[in-house]
Design a protein around this ligand. Structure first.
Ligand code: OGA
Ligand code: MN
Length: 284
């Protein structure tokens, strides 16, 4: 049976009681999905998982995306978050363009919010973690929504928001190569998302959100910044250990990486990203 231990009220839970590499029975998968809908961030400790096992586990949530961006693992079901060269395993120099790309993760974001089919959730497994630093932080956009007055909720109910990773990566000075940039578009989403299982609402914000459709840049920025500041009232910081797995709801939390001494310590995390268009496949 799945054990669910809340870390805060309605936000973040540690889960256990099950070997997640073994085939999962229907009731465990239902409980796992319910826990994600309720807590938005799920932490599993001491569960080693290799790439093949991670793909099998990921499919309980839906279809893993295959990236077309600048991540070193693009073309596979993984996004690799690491300061290690994918071929040699050696530490990458600080001034390397790949480390600049990694910096983008340090701004609050939702994975794949810049895609037409945005993401249901991400699954990040810790393969090698530094002894200090490199936490991942999460903030609830459900709480941000719930902090709004009735009037404010009505005012934003029908708004559409544009997300563009080319613009957000520019904020850290990273400019895509033209052949990678052409894989991206400006994605439009409803600003307010309703979770189909719980009926609770959340906001699609974060660094990729660059404007509200029909609004000036200035007015958009003011609203988006205010909403993000509201989410930041509820921050959970995950301190990684090897063999941790964290699953988060990309429709209800923003997250960000935090610094560590990347010239000294090795860090390797593997992420699978579940597409919203493949949500909750039926359980056979
Ligand atoms: C990610 C991400 C943060 C980190 O994998 O999507 O943003 O701390 N990771 O590695
Ligand atoms: Mn991310």
């Amino acid at each position: 049976m799945l054990r669910v231990t809340p870390l805060a009220k309605d936000f973040c839970a540690e889960i256990g009681g099950v070997d997640f590499n073994a085939p999962l029975n229907r009731s465990v998968v239902i409980d796992l999905r319910d826990a994600l809908d309720t807590y938005s961030v799920l932490v599993i400790r001491d569960q080693p998982m290799d790439d093949d096992q991670q793909v099998v586990f990921s499919k309980y949530f839906g279809r893993p995306e295959v990236g077309k961006g600048a991540n070193p693992a693009a073309g596979s079901p993984f996004s690799r978050q690491s300061n290690l060269d994918i071929k040699t395993g050696e530490i990458i120099q600080a001034n390397d363009r790949r480390m600049l790309y990694q910096k983008g993760n340090m701004l609050w974001h939702m994975d794949s919010s810049f895609k037409v089919d945005s993401s249901l959730c991400s699954i990040l497994t810790a393969r090698e973690v530094p002894p200090e630093g490199g936490n991942t932080e999460f903030a609830s956009t459900r709480f941000a929504y719930e902090s709004l007055s009735k009037l404010q909720r009505t005012a934003i109910a029908e708004l559409e928001v544009e997300h563009d990773i080319r613009r957000s990566r520019e904020l850290t000075g990273y400019i895509y190569e033209p052949e990678t940039a052409k894989n991206f578009i400006v994605a439009r989403h409803k600003l307010v998302r309703t979770n189909p299982s719980t009926g609770r609402k959340s906001l699609l914000i974060g660094v990729h959100a660059c404007g509200i459709v029909g609004w000036s840049n200035e007015k958009s920025r003011e609203l988006l910044d205010d909403l993000l500041a509201r989410a930041e009232q509820s921050v959970f910081s995950h301190q990684w250990r090897n063999n941790d797995i964290v699953i988060w709801d990309n429709q209800a939390v923003v997250h960000r990486a935090t610094p560590y001494d990347a010239s000294r310590y090795r860090r390797l995390m593997q992420r699978t990203t579940i597409s919203l268009d493949g949500i909750w496949p039926s359980l056979s």
